[in-house]
Structures are given as C-alpha cells and as structure tokens.
Design a protein around this ligand. Structure first.
Ligand code: NDP
Ligand code: MG
Length: 387
C-alpha cells in the first residue's frame, strides 16, 4: 500500500493523480493541498477522507473543520510533505513558485519527490538536486518529456548519452509569425493543440517559455549542459522525447498524449504498473508523425532561459518570477502577449540589483521572487491583480 500526499489536488495534474488513485487499490490519498477551489476540495475530502488538508487561505479552514472535525487543517502547505509514515509518496502538482518550498521540505524529510512542478527545479535546481543526493532520495519527473527520458535512460549508463531531444508540440500559436504573435487574444493562446492543462502552462507553451523551463529541468535532472539538449517540433505529441547514445542510436518513448501515463509511471517507479485509464497508441491509425526544426529566433524565450541557467545564481529565479507575473497579467487582460517577453527581459537586467548581498538559499529565492512581483506591480503600468 502507498499513501499519497498531493500538493495541488484541485489542479489539472492533481485531478489526474486522483483518477490514477481511483483505479489502483494499492493507493490512497492521505493528505492534499488546494488554494481557491473550495468546492472541489470539499468533494475530495468527502470521497477520500484524508488525514490532513492544507490551504494557504485561512478563510476556508472553518468550512472544513465544521464539517470534518477529525481532519487536521493547516495553512502551511509544506506540512503535508512531512506527514508521518514510511509508505507516504509526495506528489508536487502545484503551479509556479508556490511549489518551491514544498519540494525542498519533501526532500529534506528524506522522501522521494514526484515532481510535476518544474518551476521548483528552474528556480532552485542546484539546491534541490544536491539535497536529494545528500538525503539519498530521488526526484522522479512527471513532466512528460522528462518522464520519457527517465524511462529511456532507465538502467543505461549516463556516460553513454550523447544528447537529449525534447519534443515540443509548438503550442497554440505555432503557425503564427513573430509579427502576428504580438496581438493574440487570451482565448487563442489558451487553445493548446494536443494537451488540456492549467492556464499558466498553456500560456508558457504558447510563448515556448515552457520549453525553456524544460531545458533547465532536463539539465538538472540528467546532469547535462544546455548544449546537449535539443528541441524538436513534433505537433502530434506522440514521441515524448528522445535520447541519443554514443553508438549513434536514438531511443524514444511513445504514447498517446495523456498525463496519467507519466503519473502512473512515477508513482510505481521503477516498476511498470497496469494502466486502466489511457488509450492504446495505434500507430497504424496515426500513419504519419511529423518533426520540424525549432525556430530559436521566433521563440527567443528558450535562449533567454538558457542564458539565465548559464548565469546561475538568482537569474533562473528572476526568469521564473517575472514570467509568472507577466503570464498572470496577460491572462487578466492587462498586457498584450508580446509584453510577456519584454517584462521578463527587463526584470532579468535587474537581477544583480534584486539579489545584492544575498546567499543562494530557498528563503532568499522566495524573497527575490516576491521582490520581482512587487517591482512589476509597483511599476504601476499594469494595474496587476496578481497575488
Ligand atoms: P493548475 O493551475 O491546473 O493547478 C495548480 C494547482 O496549484 C491547483 O491545485 C491550485 O489550487 C494550486 N495553487 C495555485 N496557486 C497556489 C498558491 N499560490 N499556493 C498554493 N497552491 C496554489 O496547474 P497544472 O496542474 O496545469 O500544473 C501543475 C504543475 O505541473 C505546473 O508546474 C506545470 O508546469 C506542470 N505540468 C503540468 C502539465 C499538465 O498537463 N497540466 C504537464 C506537465 C507539467 P486551486 O485550483 O484550488 O486554486
Ligand atoms: Mg512537458
């Protein structure tokens, strides 16, 4: 039996984790966190009867404790990573920088971290990977490309890896020119061709910042440098990523686009467990798969991400924080699509100033994240509604 402690149960990944739990009698939900979706949180409590529930918004605590007095309720989402038991599996399906501290507390507790929240690795990759090493625990990726690479590498020597190839669907706006990209609407940017995901990652896919984040994520997870990570446009999202080996062979992982496959893999790692939810991949019906080169000029945020990764220190943190605020502003109709990139570039230029004298620690990464948010909001130009 495995008991799952789920950060972000009310999100797109969180809900799919619950579906995986539903069809596996060896899994149960011991604890979860949510943010604003109290209605769904109450449904989850009613169905799974967890021991602990976390939400940073205290206004919801009373509603829960009145109806379920035996449940421990906390406003510190990190608490659910530290719940006692040898059979606990922690899954981080939070969005954005809210996932950073829980990733840290999970590893620090000496627990494997099943990670969808790629932003934690973008912001604090070095801290988290060295902590995992020190505590002798693993970071098991749920992001489909990284899960694919982990499956391909499984059991092979990393010294035999020549390079990694991350596939990218191209997002909702792949067919548009740089000029046309300037004024796309929120609705258009949210129409992802192959995946149904939370709003932030869907916009990150449209700007390709998501792929930039994934290059950084791959570098941390598989201990490679960005020049070893290529991007290949693959609109069908069937080949989830590839690894090239020193014998000039390439190995790939293929499946239908369904996040319950990587979730199921991560939960049962290193064993393969039956998947009762996903469709079989019928290549004979698909017939043709397409691959196109990635246009770095058109989607320059990937290079921006690589630059931030190479500069190290607080650069990846400022990259992530400025993107988070800019995407929120775009989603709230406060800025145009092309402004996302310019806000990120303006903030990155201020990285030294924002982090002056600060040691690279989790708390200081959170501090700088908040400084970036404040700086953009106090800029006043955008009347931000973000929190
Ligand atoms: P969603 O926006 O759908 O869900 C986010 C979750 O985090 C919700 O449970 C939400 O709570 C909670 N949350 C939001 N803000 C806060 C906060 N400030 N503090 C605490 N909790 C918060 O995101 P996704 O599920 O799409 O993505 C989750 C992560 O997985 C991201 O890092 C994304 O990049 C990654 N990922 C997602 C994929 C997908 O298919 N969706 C694919 C690959 C990676 P509530 O809803 O109650 O407000
Ligand atoms: Mg991905």
């Amino acid at each position: 039996m495995k008991r799952i402690s789920l950060l972000g149960a009310t999100g797109s990944i969180g809900k799919q984790v619950l579906e995986v739990i539903d069809v596996n009698s060896e899994l149960s939900l011991v604890a979860f966190s949510f943010y604003n979706n109290i209605e769904l949180a109450l449904n989850i409590i009613e169905k799974y009867r967890p021991q602990m529930v976390a939400s940073p918004l205290e206004k919801y605590h009373d509603v829960i404790s009145k109806k379920y007095p035996y449940i421990k309720i906390t406003n510190n989402i990190c608490d659910i990573t530290e719940i006692n038991g040898d059979d606990i599996i922690v899954i981080n399906a939070l969005v954005g920088s809210s996932g950073l501290k829980p990733s840290y507390t999970c590893l620090n507790k000496g627990r494997d971290l099943l990670l969808a929240n790629k932003e934690s690795l973008v912001v604090a990759g070095e801290i988290l990977t060295s902590l995992a090493k020190e505590k002798n625990v693993r970071i098991i990726p749920i992001d489909s490309e990284h899960c694919a690479i982990a499956q391909v590498i499984n059991g092979k020597q990393t010294s035999q890896i020549d390079g990694l190839v991350l596939t990218a669907s191209g997002g909702a706006l792949f067919h548009l020119s740089k000029e046309e990209l300037k004024n796309v609407s929120v609705a258009d940017a949210l129409k992802h061709p192959s995946w149904s995901m939370g709003a932030k990652i869907t916009i990150d896919s449209a700007t390709m910042m998501n792929k930039g984040f994934e290059v950084i994520e791959a570098c941390h997870l598989f201990n490679v440098t960005p020049d070893k990570v290529k991007i290949l446009i693959h609109p069908e999202s069937i080949v989830h990523s590839l690894v090239s080996f020193n014998d000039k062979s390439m190995h790939a992982q293929l499946s239908v686009s369904d996040m319950r496959i990587p979730i199921n893999y991560a939960i049962n790692y290193p064993n393969l467990y039956d998947n009762y939810l996903s469709k079989e991949l019928e290549l004979d019906k698909i017939g043709t798969l397409h691959f196109y080169p990635f246009d770095k000029e058109r989607f320059s945020l990937v290079d921006t991400a690589v630059m931030a990764f190479n500069k190290k220190g607080f650069y990846p943190c400022v990259l992530n924080a400025s993107n988070e605020v800019a995407v929120n502003l775009f989603l709230n109709g406060k800025i145009t699509f092309d402004k996302i990139e310019s806000i990120i570039n303006e903030c990155l230029e201020k990285t030294e100033e924002l982090s002056k004298g600060l040691e690279l620690t989790i708390d200081n990464l959170i501090l700088v994240t908040n400084k970036v948010k404040q700086m953009i909001e106090e800029g006043g130009k955008y009347e931000s509604t973000c929190d």
